[in-house]
Design a protein around this ligand. Structure first.
Ligand SMILES: [Zn+2]
Ligand SMILES: [Zn+2]
Length: 327
């Protein structure tokens, strides 16, 4: 198999020929059709997350087909299309696993972070953590649902029944969540980098009632806001934009420090919460809802070899919607 490998933090990925992976008990091998590129891949590249396995193959929005079934697997068959998300393994025994909070498992493995991921031609995954995807839609269109969509869905649940919903950072997750939230009858207020009129126009095309710069105040106070941009200073900015009792949901896996802010911004029962990872239940629920919403992902596809270039574009904010790599 071939893979784009990160050998050390802060370096470029290197195309590498690796031995073909063999699925162990409970695992399947997947021939990858497409893998989405996510902001978290940049945090892996930069070594900003703890306990990264080196060398690592990044990528955790994988769509592919089962090409080898390991021993003891009865829930997947050869040739079946599956999706592989960020959460790749849980212990099944810790307090969190036993309390329907497996997203917080004490001994997890994460795809493309502590276990090799999808910037490759093949990968091996736990069969119980691969979602059946059916045959509707292209691999490229489905890939962003596996992280941007799933984390987006979990953060949308965390925002409660907010009618007026702010979305800070209108990229891969934002553009999917906006469609689901609109389908649910919510009003979307999109916040982008100052002057990013491309993203603001994109947000309005997807039905946002208002789009503006992240340091602007919305025309009316929001019930909740979700932060997809990993920028700590957006936390006080979003607190300013929500009403009394409103909630700010931090949906990133990594964020720069939150600057100190006056207590008055949090006062009146405003809340700040974070979203970590996903549960398999979130995945099943979202992948069931996405076809009903008719979620349309805005993707640009690149060959796997161009991963470094695509990651640089993501870092600069040069991508509209989501980027997908195809081996
Ligand atoms: Zn991701
Ligand atoms: Zn656990």
């Amino acid at each position: 198999m071939r893979a784009m490998v990160l050998n050390r933090p802060g370096t470029e990925l290197v195309m590498t020929e690796l031995p073909d992976p063999v699925p162990q008990r409970g695992q399947v091998r997947v021939k990858i059709g497409a893998c989405g590129v996510c902001r978290t891949d940049l945090h892996v590249l930069d070594g900003e997350l703890p306990h990264i396995k080196y060398p690592i193959v990044p990528g955790h929005e994988i769509v592919g087909r089962v090409d080898t079934v390991g021993p003891g697997v009865s829930n997947h068959r050869l040739g079946e299309r599956v999706g592989i998300p960020w959460l790749g393994h849980t212990c099944g025994e810790c307090f969190y696993c036993r309390s329907e909070m497996e997203n917080l498992c004490d001994e997890p493995l994460f795809t493309g972070y502590t276990r090799d991921g999808g910037f490759a031609t093949h990968t091996v995954v736990d069969a119980d953590f691969a979602f059946p995807l059916g045959d509707e839609g292209s691999d490229e269109a489905l890939a962003p649902l596996l992280c941007a969509g799933l984390i987006g869905w979990r953060s949308l649940i965390m925002s409660g029944d907010a009618k007026r919903l702010g979305i800070y950072g209108f990229g891969a997750a934002g553009h999917i969540v906006a469609q689901v939230a609109k389908w649910q009858g919510r009003s979307i207020y999109a916040f982008t980098r100052g002057g990013d009129t491309t993203a603001q126009t994109f947000a309005k095309e997807l039905g946002a009632v208002w789009a503006g710069s992240s340091d602007a105040l919305p025309p009316e106070p929001l019930d909740a806001a979700i932060l997809y941009a990993p920028v700590g200073s957006l936390v006080p900015a979003a607190l300013r934009a929500v009403r009394k009792g409103g909630r700010v949901v931090c949906a990133g896996i990594h964020m720069s420090d939150i600057p100190s802010f006056p207590y008055s911004l949090l006062w009146e029962e405003r809340q700040i919460v974070s979203v970590a990872n996903l549960t398999r239940h979130d995945g099943v629920e979202f992948l069931n809802i996405a076809p009903q919403v008719k979620v349309r992902t805005h993707t640009t596809t690149f060959p796997l070899e161009r991963a470094n270039e695509v990651l640089a574009m993501l870092r600069r904010g040069d991508l509209v919607g989501a980027a997908v790599l195809k081996p």
